[in-house]
Design a protein around this ligand. Structure first.
Ligand code: DQA
Length: 155
C-alpha cells in the first residue's frame, strides 16, 4: 500500500483497484477506454481536493492484498471507492472485508457489467456497497468521489 497522499487532516478516501486495472490504457480500450489508472486516480484526487477530501490510491492484482487494504482502512479512511475488477464477481473474501468497514463503500466500474457477459451480472460486492456507479467510463471516478462527499456530509 502506498503512503498517505497527504499529511494534512483532510478526511481520506481509499481508492482501491483490483486485478488487471493496472493495464488500463492498453487493455481492451474499446471497452475500458484509453485513459490509464494513473489518469483515473488523478481525476479522483482532483475531484476530492475540490471537495475538501484526500485520496489514497492502492492497486493490486492479489485478492489477499485487496482484503488487507480494506482491513487497514478501518478506523483510518472515511470511505472506500472500489473498482474490484473481476473480484466483483466471486470474491466473498472481499465482500466480508468490506462488510466490516464502517464507512460508505462505493462500487465503481468503468463499463456496465450488467450489459456484458452473463457471468458479469453477479456482483458479490454490491450487497455490501452503499451504491454502485457503472458504465460512465472514467467519469465514474468523479461521480464516485462526489457521492462520497455527499454521503459524508449527511453523516
Ligand atoms: C470492471 C468490470 C469487471 O467485470 C471486469 O472484470 C474488470 C473491470 C470495470 O471497471 O468495468 O476488470 O470492473
Amino acid at each position: 500500500m502506498s503512503a498517505p497522499a497527504t499529511a494534512d487532516d483532510r478526511a481520506t478516501v481509499l481508492l482501491l483497484s483490483g486485478p488487471n486495472l493496472n493495464l488500463l490504457g492498453s487493455r481492451e480500450p474499446e471497452i475500458y477506454g484509453t485513459a490509464t489508472l494513473a489518469d483515473h486516480v488523478e481525476t479522483a484526487t482532483t475531484t476530492a481536493a475540490a471537495l475538501g477530501l484526500a485520496v489514497e490510491a492502492m492497486a493490486t492484482n492479489a485478492e489477499a492484498d485487496a482484503v488487507e487494504a480494506v482491513h487497514r482502512a478501518r478506523g483510518r479512511h472515511r470511505a472506500i471507492v472500489v473498482n474490484p475488477g473481476a473480484f466483483t464477481h466471486y470474491s466473498w473474501a472481499l465482500h466480508d472485508a468490506l462488510a466490516a468497514f464502517e464507512g460508505p463503500v462505493i462500487e465503481l466500474h468503468l463499463s456496465n457489467p450488467d450489459a456484458r457477459e452473463p457471468w458479469r451480472r453477479t456482483s458479490v460486492v454490491a450487497p455490501v456497497a452503499t451504491g454502485t456507479i457503472a458504465g460512465f467510463g472514467g467519469d465514474g471516478y468523479r461521480l464516485a468521489i462526489e457521492a462520497v462527499a455527499h454521503l459524508l456530509d449527511q453523516g
